[in-house]
Design a protein around this ligand. Structure first.
Ligand code: NDP
Length: 593
């Protein structure tokens, strides 16, 4: 049955040797071209994230939430004055909060408050409602709590509305709406060491109190704009992909038939949007800096028979199978590597990666009719240097007469005039300009100042390098947990990671409750140990530096080895959590009245 096929996600660790390999010079030439293309981009760019800016200042209108029907007035919550508090407060209402709350409810925690910037739960899936929005991870794995919700997704790859609805039904089932506050941004989270509680302030004048705080603000939550001269002077309509203005485009983009559209950026969001614009807009100008890799998308509707066949606990079994497969793969890889040198291992991995990328090039040649456009759409970097994309309509969209690729050859759009983007002296007049320029990456406490014990600001603590255990606990910030942040394992299916983190956080809170502990904090020895684990597993190869700039490699900026994800593998991350939970007294310090 179709659903039983495992998704063939191309991994770049393959060390098998092909018998029919082209000569090594073929690969070396391609690698040289990769380096050339990377260097070109680095030359154009100011260092790292200075390429980007927030949706503020003259561009602040773009930050407006187009999905909220109303701005709901409410009196500020004043726990500090009223002696109120909640047991667990989540900063953010996306999957991190939802799946951890479900586990906490199972453990009898009643008092849970979600504080969320959007007007509902859902996080990513609240904000990203652009036409064509869908998840590239198989829905049976991506959507969490399917066993608990007794739900089988309707498609192999779920679309945005189904995922958003799933978030809402989780919040309903676990009564998370009762205490939740929406349209509210946490501005500070400060530890009161005397009361042993967190004081939380918000942009709505609240002063909330909580025993435990979970930073569940997501990994790609804050939209960003490319920094482009003259962008404030543009006179047409514009928005960011995560603030889609259906009032302007119409629900089915029906208002675009007379509209000239420009879109800046060709990452995963743009790849899903462009085919829909191509079908509806008068014209579409796609401003590309670096092409994405576009692989085949195998999608289908879930069949009723298959869904009926999945018995109780089917998702848990699926997850367990995936983890055991990852373990087998790691085992096989280390056996294969056994007989070869490190250089040979890297050579084979790179050659296999190049083969995969050349297959993607061939798909472009086979699909895109205009040879110059086809050439421009070819990514020249190792697969996985950038987020791979999967789509069957993106490349054919460039065969339509109304779709025009403006290839900026790594430079990007650097100027926008009153009528539209300017490149190479040409102003491209558009009525609607869409910024598909992505999000700020993995910052704990975006919008929010976090201050722990002894008035230590988290940003000051991290100034000399991120320090956590598991990416979840950071010493001096008792009763605080971080989800999806740096020093956690990297998982293409983010909800796999969030689920193991959520389970662990719920176990920590249960442990504190069972022993009547007022506080739980990681020991500095355990934090040290983890920082060294992270450092030991990062920087084993030079791949990151050799990649074309993007958010996977900090936009090509040098960074400390500890300021990234844990690269020891997901099974090892799970094992570390199990070991820690078996020996809580070694890893944590507690206080008790
Ligand atoms: P990205 O950060 O991936 O893409 C931003 C794009 O803007 C890049 O193509 C970048 O080019 C381009 N850009 C930046 N500045 C300029 C400029 N001055 N001129 C022209 N182009 C410019 O953001 P996305 O919103 O596309 O995706 C973010 C992440 O969200 C994805 O990587 C993925 O993890 C997730 N996502 C997942 C989806 C899915 O499951 N299908 C769908 C959508 C998003 P350059 O590459 O040169 O930096």
């Amino acid at each position: 049955m179709a659903e039983e096929k495992q998704d063939k996600f191309v991994m770049d660790f393959d060390v098998t040797e092909r018998a029919d390999r082209p000569p090594q010079e073929y690969y070396d030439d391609i690698k040289a071209k990769f380096a050339e293309e990377r260097d070109l981009r680095l030359e154009y760019r100011p260092p790292g994230t200075e390429n980007y800016r927030d949706l503020d200042g003259a561009m602040v209108d773009l930050a407006r939430d187009p999905y909220a029907d109303d701005w709901v007035e409410r009196a500020p919550i004043d726990d500090v004055a009223n002696g109120g508090e909640v047991e667990v407060l989540f900063i953010g209402g996306g999957f991190s909060a939802l799946l951890t709350s479900a586990r906490l409810r199972e453990k009898g925690v009643e008092s849970i408050r979600i504080v969320e910037r959007g007007a509902d739960v859902g996080g990513t899936w609240y904000w990203n409602r652009y036409p064509g929005v869908a998840c590239d991870v198989v829905a049976y794995d991506y959507l969490p709590l399917l066993d608990e919700m007794n739900y089988v997704p309707t498609r192999h790859y779920a679309q945005g509305p189904e995922i958003f609805a799933h978030c809402q039904t989780i919040a309903e089932k676990y009564d998370l709406y009762d205490l939740a506050v929406f349209q509210t941004t946490v501005t500070s989270t400060v530890w009161d060491s005397e009361a042993q509680r967190w004081n939380i302030t918000t942009d709505r004048g609240d002063t909330m109190r909580a025993k435990f705080v979970v930073c569940a603000n997501g990994t790609l939550a804050k939209p960003r704009l490319a920094r482009i001269d003259g962008m404030e002077t543009y006179l047409g309509h514009s928005f960011h992909t995560s603030r889609w203005d259906y009032g302007f485009t119409g629900a089915d983009l029906e208002n675009l038939s007379d509209v000239r559209v420009g879109i800046i950026g060709t990452g995963a969001s743009a790849v899903q949007i462009i085919p829909n614009l191509a079908k509806t807009a008068k014209s579409v100008h796609v401003f590309q800096r670096t092409p994405s890799s576009i692989d085949i998308r195998d999608d289908w509707e879930t069949s009723a028979e298959w869904a009926a066949k999945q018995g109780d606990g089917w998702q848990a079994r699926r997850r367990a199978k995936i983890v055991s497969k990852l373990r087998e793969q790691a085992e096989r890889r280390s056996q294969l590597r056994g007989g070869i040198t490190r250089d040979e291992k890297i050579r084979r991995q790179e050659n296999n990666n190049i083969d995969a990328m050349m297959r993607i090039h061939k798909r472009i040649d086979d699909t895109v009719e205009d040879p110059a456009t086809a050439e421009s759409l070819k990514p020249w970097y190792m697969l996985m240097c950038k987020r791979p994309c999967f789509h069957n309509e993106y490349l054919p969209a460039f065969n339509r007469p109304n779709v025009h690729l403006i290839d900026t050859h790594g430079q990007g759009v650097t100027e926008i005039g009153e009528r539209g983007p300017i490149f190479d002296g040409v102003e491209y007049a558009v009525d609607l300009l869409i910024y598909a320029t992505g999000f700020e990456v993995q910052q704990t406490g975006i919008y929010n100042r976090i201050v722990g014990d002894n008035d230590l600001d988290l940003n000051d603590k991290y100034d000399s390098g991120i320090r956590t255990m598991l990416g979840i606990h950071t010493a001096g910030f008792p009763n605080m947990f971080i989800m999806g942040g740096y020093q956690a394992s990297f998982q293409f299916n983010l909800t796999d990671l969030l689920q193991v983190q959520g389970d662990h956080i719920a176990n920590c809170i249960e442990h504190a409750r069972a022993h009547d502990y007022d506080t739980i904090d990681v020991t500095s020895e355990s934090e040290d140990w983890w920082v060294h684990e992270v450092i030991a597993h990062r920087g084993k190869t030079t791949r990151n530096q050799e990649c074309t700039p993007g958010y996977y490699n900090f936009e090509g900026q040098e960074n400390r080895r500890q300021d990234g994800n844990y690269n020891g593998g997901f099974p090892a991350y799970i094992d570390h959590i199990a070991d820690i939970e078996a020996d809580m007294d070694t890893h944590f310090v507690y206080t008790k009245d």
